[in-house]
Design a protein around this ligand. Structure first.
Ligand SMILES: *[C@@H]1O[C@H](CO)[C@@H](O)[C@H](O)[C@H]1NC(C)=O
Length: 351
């Protein structure tokens, strides 16, 4: 009859429901067993956990506000699983921790790393035309494999940057086999080149190395070779170690102390010259939109607004820092500022 049919349908549905529940329970149990056996073996985490992206950035005593703004911009513009390695000198480490833990940055995943500047003894000339560039932390990028052990691929950023894109994109930069690092070249983008010309910047090796010196001529690198800026770098620690990049950089630092090899105009600072030598012809390239630079070279020279909107990363290299003096595109920087919970670091117009 009608009722009997309905009862049969009900029984069938109940049966299906039980099968489905059993299936789900079975899957759950199996997943639990799999993950616990993986944990036992201490093997790789399961694939659906996002890979950690290590970002190395320095925090110098007088400009920690720059570091925090950069971190804020990176963290706010990505869903990626980032671990920040914030590098400082011993006497600033507690202040770095406090700034992060007592501000909106408290949610970030971070490690504080101490850089011991004694490794630099005898490797830096004290007579630089821009003494501020002799800050020991400028050389942290030379020593990445000594500071970072858990990761093969690493991002290094200068503190005076703001990231507007998703940092995952930068991390996905392909490094060619045999290349320990990727940089963005100083001649890659016409708009950036016009800008360099406007503020009178060198964008060739001649701007960084003294071609009257024999050691430089002997390198056989044309002085008109386009330079690159090492303030944004994606690096492979395995290659770096295999090629002993740190040792090579130290060798050129030492030779510079003895023979004064860098150009006196020093477009981009003392850390750039040895990198130009060591990585000449053996580095990969970063998408130029991931390194729009020179924003700190002149308080008046400005990029077109539309161009800046497309930029993934802005770099205020040069002497006009956006936290010190009102200058080019300061507003873009200030929107990422994280106030100092200790009240020490202040924006110039607030003090
Ligand atoms: C890093 O370099 C090593 C050695 O050449 C290579 O095996 C590895 O695939 C590279 N990793 C990345 C992420 O490029």
């Amino acid at each position: 009859t009608h009722m009997a049919l309905l009862r049969k349908v009900n029984q069938a549905l109940l049966f299906l429901l039980i099968v489905a529940v059993c299936g789900i329970l079975y899957k759950k149990a199996r997943r639990a067993a799999v993950s616990s056996s993986e944990a036992d073996e201490g093997s790789e985490p399961p694939e659906d956990v996002d890979e950690e992206i290590p970002v190395v950035i320095c925090a110098a005593a007088g400009r920690m506000g720059a570091t925090m703004a950069a971190i804020n911009s990176i963290y706010s513009n990505t869903d990626a699983n980032i671990v920040f390695y914030v590098v400082g000198l011993r006497n600033t480490l507690s202040r770095i921790r406090k700034w992060i833990e007592h501000s909106k940055l408290r949610e970030i995943n971070f490690k504080i790393v101490e850089f011991n500047p004694t490794v630099l003894e005898g490797k830096i000339r004290p007579d630089s035309p821009r003494p501020e560039l002799l800050q020991p932390l400028n050389f942290v990028r030379f020593y990445l494999p000594l500071l970072i052990h858990r990761h093969e691929k690493v991002i290094y950023l200068d503190d005076d940057v703001i990231v507007q894109g998703d940092i995952q994109e930068l991390y996905d930069t392909t490094l060619s086999l045999g290349h320990a690092a990727a940089f963005s070249g100083d001649c890659d983008l016409p708009a950036a080149q016009d800008f360099s010309r406007l503020v009178g910047l060198q964008n060739t090796y001649m701007g960084f190395l003294d071609y009257r010196k024999k050691a430089i001529k002997d390198l056989g690198i044309s002085p008109s070779t386009c330079s690159f800026n090492p303030g944004v770098m994606v690096a492979n620690m395995t290659e770096w170690r295999q090629q002993r990049i740190t040792k090579q950089l130290e060798k050129w630092m030492q030779r510079n102390v003895e023979e004064n090899l860098y150009s006196s105009s020093l477009g981009g600072g003392v850390a750039t010259s040895p990198m130009l030598i060591v990585f000449h012809g053996r580095h990969s390239t970063i998408n130029p939109l991931w390194h729009i630079r020179h924003l700190g070279w002149s308080p008046d020279a400005r990029y077109p607004g539309r161009f800046l909107q497309e930029a993934k990363l802005l770099h205020w290299d040069g002497q006009h820092k956006p936290w010190r003096s009102p200058g080019a595109h300061t507003g873009l920087w200030e929107s990422w500022f994280v106030p100092d919970p200790a009240g020490i670091f202040k924006l110039s117009h607030d003090s």
